[in-house]
Design a protein around this ligand. Structure first.
Ligand code: F3S
Length: 397
């Protein structure tokens, strides 16, 4: 790989230990993927923040990097294993909280903004069209590449941190035009509305892509989609299909930039949506937990929840997972008060998947196909998908 003088100096240790280790990670990656050079990144988003994922080994590595490492570009974090302010009310034990805070402190020592969210694009870590970034969270990577038209590979925790410390990433994969072409033409013959339905659609397309061993769908037949619907779709198609980029006709910014695949490879109709939706509802489920905000809820979704909960009381554990800056806006405009008066809880900085809640609940209701996947796979809950309205109806029942 061709390195600039500064990059070579970093590799030789002239900029300190953390920069040297970072450049070693990035040049190794670059060699594996036959990248010719590094490119500057505008911003970074780091995953693997929960102490449950990091463990002591991860924490030790972070602490070593934090001895002299400082980030060069805007960097934020993925959700942590707890709400950093409200962890006690959400049932997190003291020991876990102490260790989670040690991890967050190590990130902070490196100059990372310790906002823990999987929707960095909603809270200021927002690249524009064509900018190169190094993000790690799969749903955010898919959103950045597809909906914004920025460019990122799906980074691991170490490679994202390395990009933050050096300000560069190897130029390969989705950073290059040649790897951004739609591969599979998908036609939607049904009306798709709401975060839950877009999640169901993401699962159908994701599953099919795995079967076809393809990565980039070009989707037609969706007349419009909101930010919230697209973030749900991204989370789902990335979870079920490993998809980091899609094009959606008349919606995503690059849909005309590359040739449209010529033949429809598969179509999706109402029956497919209904069948897949029923697959995300377990038999004999006893719902004792409702959670909205996977990916993290936007202020628009919180406003909707406040309106639906006004004057009601929830009878089940009910979390709204969101980024702390979004929660602060909700506090200021009074949505939080309405929601908390109804007995629901905010779980900022975290979510129902990365929180260590296995064994605490039996059945979870969500509006997210991604949360269904991890609710089953990681936490062994029974799951049920529904719209935000359905989730609230269940919570107050
Ligand atoms: Fe975000 Fe957690 Fe869902 S990280 S995308 S809310 S699983």
């Amino acid at each position: 790989m061709r390195l600039t003088e500064e990059e070579q100096d970093m590799l030789n240790g002239k900029h300190g230990k953390a920069a040297k280790k970072s450049m070693e990670i990035l040049t190794t990656l670059g060699d594996i993927f036959e990248s010719k050079e590094m490119i500057d990144v505008y911003g970074v988003q780091i995953a693997g923040v929960s102490y449950a994922n990091l463990g002591e080994a991860g924490l030790e590595w972070l602490s070593e990097m934090a001895e002299d490492g400082k980030v060069k570009v805007l960097t934020t974090l993925n959700p942590a294993g707890m709400d950093r302010e409200n962890w006690q009310a959400l049932g997190i034990d003291k020991e876990f909280a102490k260790n989670q805070n040690r991890a967050i402190e190590a990130f902070a020592r490196m100059g990372i903004i310790t906002t823990c969210s999987c929707t960095p694009y909603l809270i200021g870590n927002a690249p524009h069209y064509g900018q190169h970034i190094a993000w790690a969270e799969s749903s955010a990577v898919c959103y950045a590449n597809s909906v914004i038209g920025a460019r990122t590979n799906r980074e691991g925790g170490p490679s994202a941190l390395a990009a933050a410390i050096t300000g560069v990433t190897p130029n390969y994969g989705y950073h290059l035009d040649k790897n951004r072409h739609g591969q599979v033409l998908v036609k939607i013959n049904a009306s798709v509305k709401g975060t839950d339905e877009f999640g169901v659609l993401g699962k159908i397309i994701g599953d099919k892509l795995v079967e076809l061993e393809k990565k980039i769908p070009y989707i037609t037949g969706i007349p419009s989609a909101t930010v919230e619907e697209l973030k749900s779709f991204c989370a789902s198609v990335a979870t079920y299909g490993g998809t980091a980029l899609f094009h959606m006709e008349n919606i995503t910014p690059e849909y005309e930039k590359y040739p449209k695949p010529s033949e429809v490879v598969f179509e999706i109709n109402q029956k497919d949506l209904d069948k897949t939706r029923s697959g995300l509802i377990d038999d004999d489920i006893q719902i004792d937990f409702v959670s909205i905000g996977c990916p993290h809820a936007s202020i628009h979704e919180i406003a909707k929840i406040a309106k639906l909960l006004e004057g009601k009381k929830v009878k089940k554990e009910f979390w709204i997972t969101t980024a702390r800056p979004t929660k602060r806006i909700a506090d200021e405009v009074g949505y939080s008060k309405i929601i908390e008066n109804a007995g629901a809880k905010f779980a900022s900085d975290t979510c129902c998947v990365v929180d260590p809640i296995k064994g605490r609940f039996k059945g979870i209701m969500v509006d997210s196909a991604k949360a269904c996947y991890y609710g089953r796979a990681k936490n062994k809950f029974k799951v049920k998908i529904g719209s935000i309205e359905d989730c609230i109806e269940e919570a107050v029942k």
